[in-house]
Design a protein around this ligand. Structure first.
Ligand code: ADP
Ligand code: MG
Length: 597
């Protein structure tokens, strides 16, 4: 079977997989570190493999998790080495890895600038082999056909591996999920479950689960996507990933949790519910990931997040490892970072989707009354079958436009906040499958899809929303197209839009330039929002003069590890010197910038 080659290949390339030294907790479970056992990987003989399957995995077999159960293993196995792969399972392997990612355009990728700041930042890697992640991870990287790390992965993996907290600002489509899953899972494999396992074993019927790692995500779609990725990298391991999210049957999720949960992906509201029902204990949660933090705050999840992280039994910062990911770094996120992270490394990853030339961004002047006929022209031009996402301002507008397109004979569907979870799922399914290749949507629904064409039928008033929207196309090195209808109603976004277009080396219509010029002179000193200066989504505010006053704002609370990291030089690494001129630009503006945050 072709797929199964992932692990074997790795074994051949890398002689010896000797993991890092085992710690005390691990040894207490009687782990083995005999190198000769690596032969197991190439030897699929049923007779020999059973010996290395742990007692734990046998429990899973009974629970139906690992599949391909062989009760004979139960008597034979005594090991509890989480760093060793469990038996392969062809059906599962096929399910997890057959839908491969489409070819990643690494030439474009390597151009993305990354900047790491913070005290003694570990050096970045260039290849997955530059850091020891163990045979399970390497095998699954092979099966996933990830040949090289993306820029955010090059930096984040060694940072997380060296047990540093991380605040990373990167756009969607940059490969953040694997950037945190690989090092976190790798550490769980080498260190074993520790106390979490004992706690779990101590309860009758394993009712309450004590995940070792928690990933918080804003929406069901994102949580599911992270969960799918986690299942890939947990393949042939003793780690069982679970996912919980709102708007779906809680009983089913509870039953799944009860089958074991070491890595939990959750939306905040549903997790609080699970905690209050006594189904989840965070007492042994040593890895916390907050993904798309800015979106979660936008959605009003801050109280739930604080409830989960600060007001329950989760180990405090400094004890647990914490990683936060966000597209932008506004003040609210800075405060969250300060409260959740200990002496963190700040990673600014250049914008992938939006600024890269992967996306052709067009802005066209269209009066309100002409929008519909213009849209039809566009749809006819791009071809019937390419996935097109049309953004409109209001729910009513979405319904009306869907109805109009339907009457004009287009296979389309729509999705917005008034739709039930079920309807939304159905619409997304119809869209993804290509049965309805046109999806009309409002801004307040979050997706994770890669489309050919994003059309801003109505432009948003906020440039970040624009960046998020067009990030739905041109993902991971694919080419994409974004067309925006602009008219008098959109003057508030003029300047920011112009900046984005210039920065991404897009064609700028001359009328937009003159509008921006007029606009700037009218609203003289208001300036632009400089969140995106220099091709980055955000900056490490600790690096800007005056950041001390921020720490003092809330004098009652600890300022965390921010003290020693100020100044421009310390620990900065860049992988593209071309951005230096933008640094100058940034330095000129940073003080003013800070004042605005
Ligand atoms: P983000 O969270 O930054 O939006 P994702 O983690 O969802 O990005 O990754 C986007 C896509 O890229 C996913 O389909 C993922 O499988 C793929 N991907 C991630 N890392 C790599 C890699 N190193 N090589 C190839 N594909 C990758
Ligand atoms: Mg993501």
């Amino acid at each position: 079977n072709g797929l199964s080659s992932g692990f074997g290949n790795y074994e051949n390339k890398e002689a010896g997989w000797g993991g890092p030294p085992r710690d005390a907790a691990y040894n207490s479970f009687g782990g083995r570190s005999d190198r000769s056992k690596s032969a197991f990987f190439n030897d699929r003989g049923a007779g020999s493999r059973g010996r290395w399957v742990s007692l734990r995995s046998v429990i899973y077999e009974r629970g139906g998790f690992a599949g391909g159960g062989n009760s004979r293993w139960a008597e034979e196995s005594r090991d509890d080495d989480w760093s060793k792969p469990t038996a392969p399972n062809e059906r599962l392997e096929h399910e997890l890895f057959s839908a491969s990612n489409t070819g990643i355009n690494f030439e474009k990728y390597d151009d993305i600038p990354v900047e790491a700041t913070g005290s003694s930042c570990p050096p970045h890697i260039e290849s997955f082999h530059d850091v020891e992640m163990g045979e399970i991870i390497m095998g699954n990287i092979n099966l996933s056909r990830y040949t090289r790390p993306t820029p955010v992965q090059k930096y984040a993996i060694p940072i997380i591996k060296s047990k540093r907290d991380l605040m990373a600002c990167a756009q969607t489509g940059s490969g953040k999920t694997a950037a945190f899953l690989l090092p976190v899972l790798s550490q769980i494999y080498t260190e074993g479950p520790g106390d979490a396992l004992q706690a779990e074993n101590g309860r009758y019927g394993r009712r309450k689960q004590y995940p070792i790692s928690l990933v918080l995500a804003p929406t069901r779609e994102l949580a599911l996507q992270i969960y799918d990725e986690a299942r890939k990298f947990a393949y042939r391991s003793r780690v069982r990933p679970c996912v919980v999210y709102g708007g779906a049957d809680i009983g089913q999720q509870i039953r799944d949790l009860e089958r074991g949960c070491h890595l939990l992906v959750a939306t905040p509201g549903r997790l609080v519910d699970m905690m209050e029902r006594g189904k989840i204990g965070l007492d042994y949660c040593h890895y916390l990931v907050v993904d798309e933090a800015d979106r979660m705050l936008d959605m009003g999840f801050e109280p739930q997040i604080r409830r989960i992280v600060e007001q329950d039994t989760m180990p405090p910062k400094g004890i647990r490892r914490t990683m936060m990911f966000s597209a932008t770094f506004p003040k609210e996120i800075q405060i969250l970072a300060r409260d959740f992270l200990e002496d963190y490394i700040f990673l600014a990853v250049g914008r992938v989707g939006s600024t890269s030339e992967n996306i052709t961004q067009k802005v066209v002047w269209v009066e309100e009354t002409d929008k519909r006929s213009f849209l039809l022209d566009l749809l006819n031009a791009t071809g019937k079958d390419s996935l097109t996402l049309v953004f409109v301002e209001t729910k009513k507008g979405a319904d009306a436009l869907e109805d109009f397109l339907y009457r004009e004979g287009y296979a389309c569907t729509s999705i917005h906040g008034d739709r039930s979870q079920r309807d939304r799922e159905e619409a997304l399914h119809q869209f993804r499958s290509g049965r309805c290749p046109i999806l009309v949507a409002t801004a307040n629904v979050k997706y994770n899809i890669n489309v050919k064409h994003v059309i801003n039928f109505d432009l948003p008033s906020d440039i970040e929303e624009y960046v998020h929207r067009i990030g739905r196309t041109g993902r991971v090195g694919n080419l994409g197209l974004a067309t925006s209808f602009f008219n008098d109603k959109n003057s508030n976004i003029t300047k920011d839009l112009l900046d984005i277009l210039v920065e991404a080396k897009q064609e700028v219509p001359s009328w937009l330039e003159s509008l921006a010029y007029e606009h700037q002179h009218k609203s003289n000193n208001r300036g632009r929002s400089k969140r995106f200066s220099g091709g980055f989504g955000a900056r490490d505010y600790r690096q800007t003069p005056g950041s001390g006053s921020f720490s003092n704002n809330r004098s009652g609370r600890s300022a965390g590890g921010h003290g020693g990291n100020r100044g421009f030089g310390g620990g900065k690494q860049t992988i593209r010197t071309g951005v230096f001129c933008s640094f100058f630009f940034f330095f000129f503006n940073c003080y003013e910038n800070y004042g605005r945050m």
